[in-house]
Design a binder for this molecule. Structure first.
Ligand SMILES: [Zn+2]
Length: 317
């Protein structure tokens, strides 16, 4: 079998195709933001924790409300400025999580979560990156209402891109937690793992949070050794992906495995093992005889694995 040529057109990577202009230079202009928000053509996503509110329309599900409509859905928290779409303001409105769950009773709305929206294609794909941005930013606000320096209540500034402390004057910026996600390869086989929360039969790349003072390369080697006992040498960067669950950045890498005997850390993984390239190709294409699979194209793991299959025997490290 000629691997690589059978995989078909490359699907897009989830949450990366943003059509928003962030217009960061306008965030400090409160008057400008207020005028944008008051414009009748301004639109907002309504998000309560993990839940996203979608409007049922004749044409399908619509994630856009006016900012006022979004705030009227349930008890609201912050309104954040996401950016501009064709010169018009696009916002994120935070809703109380339990009150959003209660909106499931309304027949004119559909309450879902971002993973389902992405995988099931419930909205146009160009909303995914903007909803991811809104969700991650609103999550940060929900968890950072008090100053980490002195404990005083903080307040939102810069359209939601900073919180300031009135007592000690500390400025707090939204954070993103970097995660390394890697495929360790050795010749014609690669290392995949399973977490117990995965769908039955699904295997994926190993992954873990970067620690303070660590490079990406060091984190890849440490996590692979900790979770599967495999030593890695060369590391190559592949691509990255915003992963708003709740607010991570996935840093995709390939790693050259230097050892072969696996020791699974069962506190992290249900299992880990080597897979031959041909078998992984069948998993990726959903043609595996036992129904084993790899993650769907919305996840960067799919693309990391696919890139290795398509490299025709040349490990991409
Ligand atoms: Zn403070």
């Amino acid at each position: 079998m000629s691997l690589g040529s059978d995989l078909g057109p490359k699907p897009p990577l989830g949450y990366t195709a943003s059509t928003l202009q962030r217009a960061a230079e306008r965030r400090s202009d409160a008057q400008y933001l207020a005028a944008l928000e008051a414009d009748r053509a301004a639109r907002a996503y309504a998000i309560g924790g993990e839940r996203v509110v979608l409007k049922k329309t004749a044409g399908g599900l619509d994630p856009l409300f006016t900012p006022g409509e979004a705030r009227a859905l349930a008890r609201s928290t912050e309104t954040v400025f996401l950016g501009l779409v064709e010169g018009l303001g696009r916002f994120g409105v935070g809703l109380d999580s339990a009150a959003t769950e209660a909106l499931k009773a309304r027949h004119d709305l559909h309450i879902s979560d971002l993973r389902s929206i992405a995988i099931q294609g419930l909205t146009d794909a160009d909303h995914l990156a903007a909803i991811a941005e809104a969700k991650a930013l609103l999550h940060w606000h929900a968890r950072h209402r008090f100053c980490a320096n002195c404990g005083e209540a903080t307040y939102l500034v810069q359209g939601g891109w900073r919180r300031d402390c009135p007592a000690c004057r500390a400025e707090h910026f939204p954070r993103t937690d970097p995660v390394v996600i890697m495929l360790a390869v050795s010749g014609d086989r690669c290392l995949l793992g399973r977490q117990s929360r995965f769908a039955p039969g699904m295997w994926s790349c190993l992954a873990g949070f970067l620690e303070p003072g660590e490079s990406i390369e060091q984190a890849v080697r440490r996590e692979t050794q900790e979770e599967a006992g495999i030593l890695c040498g060369r590391i190559s960067y592949f691509a990255s992906q915003p992963w708003p669950f709740p607010m991570s950045l996935m840093i995709g890498c390939h790693a050259e495995a230097l050892s072969s005997e696996i020791t699974v850390d069962y506190s992290e993984l249900e299992d880990a093992r080597w897979f031959a390239r041909e078998e992984v190709a069948s998993m990726l294409m959903r043609r595996h005889p036992q129904g084993l699979t790899t993650p769907p194209p919305v996840a960067i793991a799919h693309h990391i694995i696919r890139a290795w299959i398509e490299c025709h025997g040349q490990a991409p490290v």
